[in-house]
Write a protein of this length. Structure first.
Length: 256
């Protein structure tokens, strides 16, 4: 994968399949991704006994989380990501390769759709949101997380295949007429400072292979420290523009 040092959006030919190895390393060792998992666990805690679509499942981190109390279908355009997810999952459930613009599911077939750090990768985000609304049952929910504030777009976004960052209003327009039950942003000031620094040294610090031995121990310790620091950002959640938006949106209608 080629990093765009100028921070311009990735080209039309971004190799999402090759990106899977990088994604696994980031989700396993990256402090911002590990902290994101904590936030998602908290917001998703009430979501139990549901039929869930993990749209853009990547290497399966969130499918593993949600399958503990739900029936989960893991779905991703990358064959490697779906294979990794299938190998990691502990319960029976579908693992399907496909794009988000035309979902191969019946109307109103899911109670909840996970869309965590996915929408920013997709140029046709409005089309994907329409498909999500189609497969959601009346009263169903979308748990969505996207990067915030286009002015913060950097080489980290380009390296990760992001085509945009969002504001709260933009995200709500994409999913209208779904209404927010939870809506907040986080990451100010500490995660934002960390990402500003990381943008300058991205190629030097992002691991290219799974670390072992002392390097693995050091990364684990550093991540724990940074996660503790990032937790302080939640004190300011919703009061300042951060780096991520979290939304739990409900489709109009009565749940069955």
């Amino acid at each position: 994968m080629t990093t765009n040092s100028a921070g311009a959006p990735p080209g039309e030919t971004f190799d999402y399949e090759a990106y899977q190895d990088h994604l696994y390393l980031v989700r396993t060792f990256g402090p911002t991704a590990l902290f994101m998992d904590r936030v998602i666990r908290k917001v998703a805690r009430p979501l139990r006994g549901l039929r869930v679509l993990d749209l853009g499942c990547g290497s399966g981190h969130l499918s593993l989380l949600m399958e503990q109390h739900n029936t989960v279908v893991s779905y991703d355009p990358a064959l490697q990501g779906v294979r990794t997810t299938r190998a990691r999952r502990k319960t029976r459930g579908g693992c399907i390769v496909g794009g988000g613009e035309q979902l191969p599911f019946r109307d109103e077939s899911f109670d909840c759709v996970l869309l965590i750090d996915v929408l920013e990768h997709i140029r046709g985000d409005v089309q994907v949101a329409a498909e999500i609304r189609r497969v959601l049952r009346p009263g169903g929910q979308v748990l969505c997380m996207v990067p915030e504030n286009q002015r913060l777009y950097s080489r980290i976004d380009a390296a990760n295949g992001h085509v945009r960052r969002y504001s709260r209003d933009e995200l709500l327009r994409v999913f209208a007429p779904c209404m927010p039950e939870v809506l907040f942003d986080y990451g100010f000031p500490f995660m934002r400072l960390y990402l500003n620094l990381l943008a300058r040294v991205h190629d030097a610090v992002v691991p290219q292979a799974e670390p072992t031995g002392l390097k693995r121990l050091g990364l684990s310790l550093l991540s724990r420290i940074l996660i503790a620091v990032f937790s302080l950002d939640l004190l300011f959640a919703g009061n300042f523009h951060g780096v991520e938006i979290v939304a739990l949106l409900r489709k109009p209608g009565s749940a069955r």
